[in-house]
Design a protein around this ligand. Structure first.
Ligand SMILES: *Cc1c(COP(=O)(O)O)cnc(C)c1O
Length: 361
């Protein structure tokens, strides 16, 4: 068996220790005589799995008691609808469009109310984060929405927007649990877990309690898309993605063992710095994002020659550095450096890039 260095943007690399634990527990989870996949979500043993997972993410992020943690389905994309359906009390929300995921969320919200684009970086292919210190947030907006780390373009908010007192809703799919955050700065902070936390099929939404309405404001909202449904049932209204939640729980334990989110932030910054420093001195490769808004999770780069890009992707793949092809809308390459990517993986990548540059000058 040999493992590659997997730079995929998502589904993405998971900690090897977690995969080994899951393998060891596959046939008989803690003496239950069955796999987690096979057990009732109403059983004592599963209850303990989901409750422990919730407690561990609460510990990691320091989630205050007035926030609910919901384990949901439908990916980050279903939150694009659930959020406006549940939060648009005045039928109005402000969106900052910094990439494809924010744009999709903005477009979707327009189906349920007035979704106002108050800033965008589309004029320069989403290669920067706009100044968000004094945006025209409507008085009666129900929330301000951002995508905090732009997976495709490789930008990240280094400072949260001034929402002028309105709740901030943030999609953190691709920077989930990558660094400590102050949860109280958010009304909702949510993410699909398949980027940095677990297997596809689970989305975790951390919601300030007072934002969960008794009835969604959008008439005709399906029961399954009401936050209240899942909050009241502690994410067990119907059968949740049981195995996926179990793996997330193992990842939370792993993060705690590593020393928590401050340690992850330090490691992630160190990995990203190694790659950015190389890009900044290279004569062949360059980053595509303004330096001050660079993501430490997703690093897009190009050679400026699409044939050379193709050659790089093919040769890196053959060398065991996989999934480096950039998103189809950006081209070039993209290296995703999530929590589970070891420093050694980035070192190997940079060494490969150095060699490639010499050989193809
Ligand atoms: C991948 C991604 C999504 C879409 O996630 P799905 O779970 O596939 O719906 C949304 N937002 C961001 C920031 C992403 O990286």
């Amino acid at each position: 068996m040999s493992r590659v260095f997997n730079f995929s943007a998502g589904p993405a690399v998971l900690p090897e220790e977690v995969l080994k634990t899951a393998a060891a527990e596959m046939l008989d989870y803690h003496g239950s005589g069955m796999s987690v996949m096979e057990m009732s979500h109403r059983s004592k043993v599963y209850e303990s799995i989901i409750e422990t997972a919730e407690q561990d993410i609460r510990d990691l992020y320091g989630i205050p008691d007035n926030y609910r943690v919901l384990f949901l389905q439908g990916g980050a994309s279903l939150q694009f609808s659930m959020i406006p359906m549940n939060l648009m009390k005045n039928g109005k929300a402000a969106y900052i469009v910094t990439g494809q995921w924010a744009k999709k969320a903005w477009q979707e919200a327009g189906k349920y109310g007035e979704a106002i684009k108050i800033a965008s970086s589309e004029d320069k292919t989403f290669s920067y984060i706009p100044d968000c210190s004094d945006l025209p947030v409507p008085e009666d907006a129900d929330y301000v929405y951002i995508c905090e780390n732009n997976t495709i373009y490789g930008t990240k908010y280094k400072k949260l927007p001034n929402t002028k007192g309105h709740p901030l809703v943030a999609d953190v799919s691709s920077c989930f649990l990558s660094e400590p955050v102050n949860i109280s700065d958010y009304g909702i902070i949510y993410g699909g877990v398949q980027k940095n936390v677990g297997p596809a099929g689970v989305v975790i939404s951390i919601i300030r309690e007072d934002l969960i309405p008794d009835e969604p404001y959008f008439a005709g909202t399906p029961t399954m898309m009401s936050f209240k449904t899942h909050a009241d049932a502690k994410s067990l209204y119907n059968t949740p993605p049981t195995y996926g939640i179990y793996i997330c729980g193992l990842v939370f334990k792993w993060l705690k063992e590593q020393g928590g989110l401050a340690v992850m932030k330090e490691r992630n910054e160190k990995k990203a710095a190694l790659l950015y420093e190389f890009l900044d001195q290279s004569r062949m490769f360059s980053g595509t994002v303004v330096p001050e808004d660079r993501s430490i999770m997703n690093v897009p780069f190009v050679t400026g020659n699409s044939d050379l890009d193709k050659k790089f992707v093919a040769e890196s793949e053959a060398a065991g550095l996989v999934n480096l092809k950039g998103h189809r809308t950006v081209g070039g390459m993209r290296a995703s450096l999530y929590n589970a990517m070891p420093y050694e993986g980035v070192e190997t990548l940079v060494q490969f890039m150095e060699r490639f540059e010499k050989e193809n000058r």
